[in-house]
Design a protein. Structure first.
Length: 332
């Protein structure tokens, strides 16, 4: 690793410092920057920035000196916001190695815990793809294990909306584990993601749901298309995961819930019935509501067979089929 450009601290105009093109951090909190800018107005920049120095010869202009930031972009932004003209810098010589610039920027942000999981994963991915570093080598450079690097890189295989939710802090890095378990089950993955957001599922609850889904793959062929359709309809109606387990006689309906309030809501949905409205005397506004229509004359029985027995075999079969997949045949 190259040494410092001497042991001195130099003062450089902020307008002459170019940003690091390999800066892994993409988002800077405006409130935090404003707070740091106010501190800089009062006390100045207490910790020097790290830059490289380049001398560029231009015809007719002589030698032009440029500085490129390696570490300290947050301090540089806050200094500009505070209206500071110059900032202290430490100049590193021989830092033309782009990989080194990226490594230093990553390490600085990791030490400060400033990188969100997505920015960190993208930075590791650049070291892996652009600079050919293996996961073990990346881990050594940033002080992490190979498993840590590999698991971080896996996050980038999630759909974009899930990556955005992670970057914005709507889900935690721990929630990505159960979501990654369902990469080959996109519909179930989307459902679990929505439940994490709307029901505020913990990481443990999310992992339990993902494991149940993963173990159900072998049982799915045992369900008929009608039962699979009923399972989806119950899931949509109750707003939670519903599983049907078919047995030789009947079966079971398993309903997921994650809190007492959740269970109470499901119970209210299951017990909801369309009951006719009872009309009290105070609600009767017209005497015609009390009129009882004349009972229609009963139709003569045909060939001596009571009307209750006149029912086609086709109707009986239809009724039997309708009842086959009725929820009444399953126990909860």
């Amino acid at each position: 690793m190259s040494g410092y450009y001497g042991d001195s601290i130099f003062w450089v105009e902020v307008d002459r410092i170019k940003p690091n093109p390999f800066q892994p951090r993409k988002n800077f909190d405006e409130t935090s920057l404003a707070s740091l800018a106010e501190s800089i107005r009062q006390y100045g920049v207490l910790q020097p920035l790290t830059v490289t120095r380049k001398e560029i010869e231009r015809p007719g202009e002589g030698i032009l000196v440029e500085y490129e930031l390696i570490a300290g972009e947050r301090r540089l932004r806050a200094a500009k916001l505070a209206g500071v003209a110059s900032v202290p810098v430490v100049i590193r010589s021989g830092e033309d190695d782009d990989r080194m610039k990226l490594e230093i920027a990553i390490i600085e942000n990791l030490q400060r815990e400033d990188l969100n999981p997505i920015d960190r994963a993208k930075a590791f991915n650049r070291l892996y793809k652009e600079f050919g570093l293996k996961h073990t080598e990346i881990g050594k450079r940033v002080g992490k294990s190979r498993e840590y690097v590999s698991n971080t890189l896996r996050i980038l295989s999630l759909p974009e909306d899930m990556q955005n939710a992670l970057a914005e802090g709507n889900i935690s890095e721990g929630h990505t584990r159960p979501l990654l378990m369902l990469m080959d089950r996109t519909e179930e993955q989307k459902t679990l993601f929505q439940e994490i957001l709307t029901r505020k599922l913990t990481v443990r609850d999310s992992e339990q749901v993902a494991r149940r889904i993963a173990t159900e793959r072998a049982r799915k062929p045992d369900l008929t298309p009608e039962l699979l359709l009923l399972e989806r309809e119950l899931t949509d109606t109750l707003g939670t995961r519903v599983r049907i387990e078919k047995k030789d006689q009947g079966g079971k309906v398993l309903i997921d819930f994650f809190s007492v309030d959740d269970l109470a809501h499901i119970r209210s949905l299951l017990s909801r019935e369309q009951k006719p409205k009872k009309v009290g005397p105070e609600e009767i506004e017209d005497e015609t509501l009390l009129e009882i229509p004349a009972e229609p004359a009963s139709a003569p029985e045909e060939a001596g067979v009571p009307d209750t027995e006149i029912k086609s075999s086709a109707e009986k079969e239809k009724t039997s089929e309708d009842d086959l997949y009725s929820v009444r045949n399953f126990s909860v």
